[in-house]
Write a protein that binds this ligand. Structure first.
Ligand SMILES: C[S@@+](CC[C@H](N)C(=O)[O-])C[C@H]1O[C@@H](n2cnc3c(N)ncnc32)[C@H](O)[C@@H]1O
Length: 274
């Protein structure tokens, strides 16, 4: 499937620019993911499933950890992203990274098989998180871990405050709702885990912060400069508000004393007890 045919399948779209944004995102947030994987003791020989893998930045981290004796399956609906990952895997000469096209809700994968299932920045976009998670619970072996990294969309802030940007978090939360998702998804996961017999073994929120030359502010710029105009196109905000938001944002980018605070990204892990 070409990237343009996949455009409408989920809120952030599937295209080369978004692939590059995800790649940059991993350079900014990858250390948070790696620390989480370290706390989970992911090691040689593990069987891992990366759900909503996109171009596979987490899949590749997992492959580094599980080595030749483990295996990694990258599951994503986007053929465009999976083709890109297949090229990286082939360049590295890895024989144990598998790419499967499909969704969490409909994938045909082995039951009670995986030591770890990882889901980064996916579940906030899906309309029914429990329907998304139930098949994943069945793919986990007893004692296996389901690990999620996603938003609790509080904390987003631009300092100095006082401009149009102060309401940005509300707008982004509405954008997620517009796409059928939930920007507060992280807080709902422990309840779902408990209901399905998983013990919550990790719940760790992270906020990154930095000024105009920081990676985290550039990461935010790549999101807002693309998505604020789209929010206006979709009618969530007026074009005047979009212009005012971007003018405020760009003024902060020119101010060496400005600070950006990211929304909270929460690491959540549940261990399957039965
Ligand atoms: C924001 S990207 C995150 C990609 C990757 N996990 C990362 O952290 O770089 C979200 C991904 O979720 C995928 N996705 C959306 N709905 C999905 C579903 N129902 N099941 C599996 N993947 C899905 C999209 O195709 C996209 O690649």
């Amino acid at each position: 499937m070409s990237e343009s045919n996949e455009q409408n399948s989920y809120l952030l779209g599937v295209n080369q620019q978004e692939l590059e944004r995800l790649q940059f995102q991993h350079t900014v947030w990858g250390h948070v993911t790696k620390k989480f994987l370290g706390r989970l003791n992911v090691g040689k020989g593990w069987r891992c499933l990366d759900v909503g893998a996109g171009p596979g930045f987490v899949s590749m981290e997992l492959r580094e950890l599980v080595g030749e004796t483990g295996e990694v399956t990258a599951l994503d609906p986007s053929q465009f992203y999976l083709e890109w990952l297949k090229k990286q895997v082939s360049n590295k000469g890895w024989a144990n990274v598998h790419c499967v096209q499909g969704t969490a809700e409909s994938a045909d994968l082995p039951s009670q098989y995986y030591d770890l299932i990882f889901v980064r920045w996916v579940i906030a976009f899906v309309p029914d998180p429990e329907k998304f998670l139930i098949p994943l619970f069945s793919f986990l072996r007893t004692g296996g871990i389901l690990a999620i990294q996603d938003y609790y969309y509080e904390g987003l802030s631009l300092f100095p405050r006082g401009g149009p940007w102060d309401v940005m978090a509300d707008i982004v939360r509405a954008y997620y709702r517009f796409g059928g998702g939930d920007a507060y998804i992280a807080a709902t996961i422990p309840t779902i885990f408990r209901k399905h017999g998983l013990n919550v073994v990790d719940f760790t929120p992270t906020c990154l912060s930095g000024g105009p030359t920081s990676g985290v502010m550039e990461w935010a710029h790549r999101f807002f400069s693309t998505h604020v105009p789209l929010m206006a196109q979709k009618g969530l905000i007026s074009s005047e508000q979009a212009e005012a938001l971007m003018a405020d944002w760009n003024a902060h980018r020119q101010n060496p004393d400005a600070l950006f605070f990211s929304p909270l990204v929460v690491d959540i892990a549940g261990s399957r007890s039965r």
